[in-house]
Design a protein around this ligand. Structure first.
Ligand code: HSE
Length: 438
């Protein structure tokens, strides 16, 4: 048995309860788990029934006393939200304690400030649970893939929306109906905005991008579109054309840098995207997450598994606590940080002008069902040197037709010009859908 490592827990909800139950049942786990001692736990309400057996002395409603307790070596923050989480993390760092957090919102917005404070204090802030729940992705990006030049990180990193999209595809169900049932089953929050509007995925891709490319970008500037405007017919047409629709989060290095010589130009985005049915991300169903990392020389590597929930997220939190405990036991916590595990930024990155971002597009137009319409739509693309992969008419009736176009790769600026020209055609009554396409 090694030296005891004191753990202070801020929050005893779903994730906190999962963490406490691992710490309190170390049998058959790595022996280091038995060296972790749950010292104090901050909760909102002392009277609430607990998922684990804790003594009254272990519980407090004042999180500051957990952070300041001299027996606590590692502070675990699983409260969520921006404040007081940010202030408590900074207070723990100031008190010389390493921090483990599952809080993607605070890391995506204040990660730079927190990392600087941690480096100055010689402590770790580890965040494996902030992205992908139980999937190991943070540590692989920091350590196992450290010898690679990363070109792209993309993935399905929100389980709620993937559950909704899976059911829309499987059952032909409408978005609103599936969302209502997901809320009833507890898969979606009563206020689902962070998930369905893509904000949760944008937080997570901002974090992955910082690790993959060595520097952060402005979280608020990430182009973000969720699934709340997605219509069932596009999921159906995509399926007929050999694609699934997924809410994809992407961070990629741009081929030509438009930013200053020192800053790496990146494109980050969150958007509903057609994924070819043979693509590895197309098979990710239900609440699962998957992250595809593309680098040189590794090629493609995909990380897949449960992206949320008490058990998977607690697994990631405890892995981080164990990392810190192992280093403390080996070195006595002498303030020298392992540069890979600490993962400080090492260059500046900036977002490219969205007009320069190149990708394939799926668009659906409502039109008259008249001779020459497909030709005129095709001409608007051809005039701007945009190559079409397929153009198909669906649902023709006396009321009109729906024309779906999938383009080859084109920059957003030229695509927007073509769409403006098509909308101006007298036979076209509107652009009904516009999605990305892999
Ligand atoms: N709300 C998130 C999801 C889980 O649906 O994936 C926590 O990150």
């Amino acid at each position: 048995m090694g030296a005891r490592i004191g753990v202070g827990l801020l929050g005893l909800g779903t994730v906190g309860g999962g963490v406490a139950s691992i710490l309190l049942s170390p049998q058959e786990r790595h022996p280091l788990v038995a060296d972790l001692e749950l010292i104090r736990v901050a909760v909102r309400d002392l009277q609430r029934p607990r998922p684990v057996d804790l003594s009254p002395e272990q519980l407090t409603t004042d999180p500051q006393t957990v952070v300041e307790d001299p027996r606590v070596d590692v502070v675990v923050e699983v409260i969520g939200g921006i404040e007081p989480a940010r202030s408590l993390i900074l207070a723990a760092i100031k008190a010389g304690k390493s921090v483990v957090t599952a809080n993607k919102a605070v890391i995506a917005r204040h990660g730079g400030e927190i990392a600087q404070a941690a480096a100055a204090a010689g402590v770790y802030v580890l965040i494996e649970a902030a992205v992908g729940g139980g999937i190991p992705i943070i540590e692989p990006l920091k350590q196992s893939l450290g010898g690679n030049r990363i070109n792209r990180v993309s993935g399905i990193i929100n389980g709620t929306t993937n559950y909704i999209l899976t059911r829309m595809a499987d059952e032909g169900a409408a978005y609103e109906d599936v969302l209502a049932e997901a809320q009833r089953l507890g898969y979606a929050e009563a206020d689902p905005a962070a998930d369905v509007d893509g904000l949760d995925a944008a937080d997570k891709i901002a974090i992955l991008s910082t690790l993959a490319f060595g520097g952060g970008v402005d979280r608020q500037s990430i182009p973000t579109e969720g699934i709340s405007r997605l219509q069932g017919e596009d999921v159906d047409y995509a399926r007929q054309l050999g694609y699934g629709v997924k809410l994809l989060a992407v961070a990629e290095r741009m081929a030509t840098s438009e930013a200053s010589a020192e800053a790496l130009a990146l494109s980050l985005r969150v958007q509903p995207t057609l994924v070819p049915s043979h693509h590895p991300l197309a098979g990710v169903q239900g609440v699962n997450n998957a992250i595809l990392v593309e680098g040189d020389p590794i090629g493609q590597v995909m990380f897949y598994g449960p992206g949320a929930g008490a058990g998977p997220t607690a697994s990631a939190v405890v892995a981080d606590i164990l990392n810190i405990a192992g280093i403390r036991q080996a070195s006595g916590g002498d303030g020298r940080l392992d540069p890979l595990l600490a993962a400080g930024s090492w260059r500046s990155c900036s977002l490219v002008d969205p007009g320069n971002v190149r990708q394939r597009h799926y668009v659906r137009f409502n039109t008259q069902d008249a001779p020459g319409v497909i030709g005129r739509i095709g001409g608007c693309f051809g005039d701007r040197d945009i190559s079409i992969q397929s153009i198909v008419q669906f649902n023709a009736s006396s009321a009109g037709a729906e024309i779906v176009v999938i383009t080859h790769e084109v920059d957003q600026r030229r695509m927007d010009e073509a769409l403006a020209a098509i909308r101006a055609l007298p036979e076209v009554s509107g652009l009904a859908a516009h999605l990305g396409c892999l």
